[in-house]
Design a protein around this ligand. Structure first.
Ligand SMILES: Cc1ncc(COP(=O)(O)O)c(C=O)c1O
Length: 414
């Protein structure tokens, strides 16, 4: 027997074990000032590549005005209650209607948070007779949703369609015995590596196997496809996605999310999804703010063009400078370097303190041991000068890394 608190303090978790030395710098850093390509970190301006603000809507004047006006008009309290009980409004319904149209689906349901919504949607869609088949690199919210599932689940290696087919064969056998159904879950754009889920190939498998496809398109909504409807549109298979998930937290720079699907499925979700039935609905300013952002997203394709100009310049420039950026097919831009965790730490300090560049760093266990991934999120508000400056700086830090200048004892930590 042990005391719960004692146990927690003994094993603080893979991130928590570094909490003291990393607080405020590597973890929980404070970026201050107007949201833009440059922000203030520890009192000094930095070029920032780690904000989920793909289309630059966070500080768009029309968005700021809509957000402000809605806050004055409604306050943050309204609506008072869960959607089903006392928390519905004309604006919530209007937003759902517009999102469904935009996604070329019959209906949609708003979710208070993307993460919690995905977990709850998976929980709601399947029962113990059903089988889930999912991609191994799925986001934590999919993994958590799968963890709630009482029936069988089969995982396939990331984007390995031959293996997915094997899992579908197993799932079909099992579901035939239980009388259940099969749900395949993947992402539109994988948020770490930036590659797309192979939606076209997965949809093609529907000819051979009976299943429904659920796509988490957090990073694809607003950034991918001709109109910004997402990765399904990009790959020409939006129709083959049975359940489409998008979050407001990335291209819309807001909070909230939605699922778009057949009207009857959405109706089912509305009446059965525990995270929506038993929680207060999205506050009015967020709903009104989302309507404004969606309007801009639909009517100002220039925002997406601006984003992609930066994405192309950044990714082409990095490759031309000899950097490894993996298989990205989206704005998400990973840069893979080789080095230990102390080297990664020193490199980030150098980048932040001496080159004034703020980007995220990912190390083991998210990437293999010995790999340092710098993750860049380009936005419509970055400039070509930002791109050039960053590639030049990366070239310099790469030389230092290879020369061993970031080894554990070399740099004094800030
Ligand atoms: C793939 C994916 N799904 C879901 C989420 C969760 O979305 P939200 O931030 O709206 O909770 C994220 C956000 O990080 C994500 O990257």
């Amino acid at each position: 027997m042990t005391d719960l608190f004692e146990k927690l303090l003994k094993n603080r978790g893979p991130l928590g074990m570094h909490s003291k030395e990393s607080y405020g710098y590597f973890m929980f850093p404070r970026l201050e000032g107007e949201i833009s390509n440059k922000m203030i970190f520890r009192g000094k301006e930095k070029l920032v590549w780690s904000l989920n603000n793909y289309l630059g809507l966070a500080n768009h004047p029309e968005v700021r005005k809509a957000d402000g006006d809605a806050a004055v008009k409604y306050g943050n309290a309204l609506p008072m209650g869960a959607r089903m009980m006392s928390g519905n409004s004309v604006e919530h319904e209007q937003l759902e209607k517009e999102l469904a149209e935009f996604e070329m689906k019959e209906a949609s349901i708003l979710l208070n948070f993307g993460y919690q919504g995905m977990v709850s949607a998976i929980d709601c869609l399947v029962d113990r007779h059903d089988v889930i088949v999912y991609d191994s690199e799925s986001h934590a919210c999919i993994i958590d949703g799968v963890r709630l599932h009482m029936g069988k689940r089969f995982v396939y290696p990331h984007n390995d369609i031959a293996n997915l087919e094997k899992q579908l064969e197993r799932a079909t056998k099992l579901a035939t015995e239980t009388g259940g159904a099969i749900l395949v879950i993947t992402e539109g754009v994988f948020g770490m590596s930036g590659d797309q889920g192979k939606l076209r190939e997965i949809v093609a498998l529907k000819k051979k196997y009976s299943f429904r496809l659920f796509v988490d398109d957090a990073h694809g909504f607003g950034t991918m496809g001709k109109t910004g409807a997402g990765t399904g549109e990009e790959q020409g298979v939006q129709d083959g996605i049975d359940i489409y998930f998008g979050t407001f937290a990335k291209s819309m720079a807001l909070i909230g999310a939605f699922i778009a699907s057949d009207a009857q499925v959405v109706d089912y979700l509305k009446h059965n999804m525990r995270s929506q039935i038993f929680a207060k609905s999205l506050p009015m300013p967020l709903v009104v703010g989302a309507l404004k952002r969606l309007e801009l997203l639909r009517t100002q394709p220039r925002l997406k063009d601006d984003l992609w100009n930066i994405v192309r310049a950044l990714q082409k420039g990095l490759v031309a400078a000899g950097f490894e950026i993996g298989k990205t097919e989206s704005p998400v831009t990973p840069v893979y370097l080789n080095g230990s965790i102390p080297e990664a730490t020193n490199l980030i300090i150098d980048l932040r303190e001496n080159y004034d560049i703020f980007c995220s760093m990912v190390v083991y266990p998210v990437v293999p041991k010995g790999v340092i991934m710098l993750r860049l999120i380009p936005t419509a508000v970055h400039t070509l000068e930002d791109v050039k400056y960053t590639i030049d700086a990366f070239t310099k830090i790469q030389v230092k890394l290879k020369a061993g200048q970031y080894q554990a004892d070399k740099i004094v930590p800030v």
